[in-house]
Design a protein around this ligand. Structure first.
Ligand SMILES: Cc1cc2nc3c(=O)[nH]c(=O)nc-3n(C[C@H](O)[C@H](O)[C@H](O)COP(=O)(O)O)c2cc1C
Length: 209
């Protein structure tokens, strides 16, 4: 598939068939994700491909519990609807045949060598540079999403379930200095994939000559 076609076809898919994703395809997705640019070529990521139904179910339960805990609806009808919506968008991955956990690993920046004798820390510089480690992970995830389209799958980038980050890190045995950055749900789309409306070029683009 042409790159342009993959970019144009990509849309978030949240309903999947039961068809399993073969190991070779998972490997291809992660391989192409790993080719993304990253700060100082640090490649500050790891990927856990989760296909175990029991584990996926447990993950969705901890997220569901957390949604109910931190966004109480107080028995108000409108709030109940919102809570249901938040829960739905944070737990629909439970029916995906594949959930990929994207883990952030520590990185060393070239400027770190210049920090001794200054009041600045690695974290200060990371913040000043607008979190290049997180930006790098975003690039890897986009590669993953486009690869899933190229291989005939649908996928959805997920950050909603990180409201239960501590519980999920425990469940997946992700320990410091590693941390969970995001998830991606992948599978064969159950229904035709619909592209969402995007802003017009005039709204988002200007050229300064
Ligand atoms: C950083 C990030 C986090 C996201 N988290 C979620 C999520 O938790 N749940 C969800 O259903 N969709 C999530 N999405 C998907 C967006 O809702 C989706 O990309 C957006 O609505 C545009 O639709 P499209 O992907 O079909 O173009 C996330 C997307 C991004 C980029």
């Amino acid at each position: 598939m042409e790159l342009k076609e993959a970019i144009q076809k990509r849309a978030s898919v949240r309903l999947f068939t039961d068809e399993k994703v073969p190991f070779e395809d998972i490997k291809e997705m992660i391989t192409r994700a790993s080719l993304a640019p990253s700060i100082n070529n640090s490649q500050p990521w790891k990927f856990i491909a989760i296909t175990n139904r029991e584990l996926i179910k447990n993950m969705s339960s901890v997220v569901q519990n957390k949604v109910e805990q931190i966004f109480p609806h107080g028995n108000l009808k409108a709030n109940i609807l919102v809570q249901n919506k938040v829960a739905k968008f944070s737990t629909f991955f439970m029916d995906a045949p594949l959930v990929i956990a994207v883990i952030m690993t520590p990185y060393e920046a070239a400027v770190d060598d210049l920090l001794s004798g200054t009041a600045l820390t690695h974290d200060d510089i990371n913040k000043m540079r607008n979190y290049p480690n997180i930006q790098s992970i975003g690039a890897a995830i986009e590669n993953l999403l486009l690869t899933s389209v190229d291989l005939g799958y649908g996928a959805c980038w997920l950050s909603g379930l990180l409201i239960a980050r501590d519980e999920l890190e425990k469940l997946l045995d992700v320990r410091p200095p590693l941390s969970l950055a995001a998830f991606v749900a992948v599978g064969k789309p159950k229904e035709s994939v619909r592209q969402r409306e995007k802003k017009s070029l005039e709204d988002i683009f200007e050229i300064r000559e």
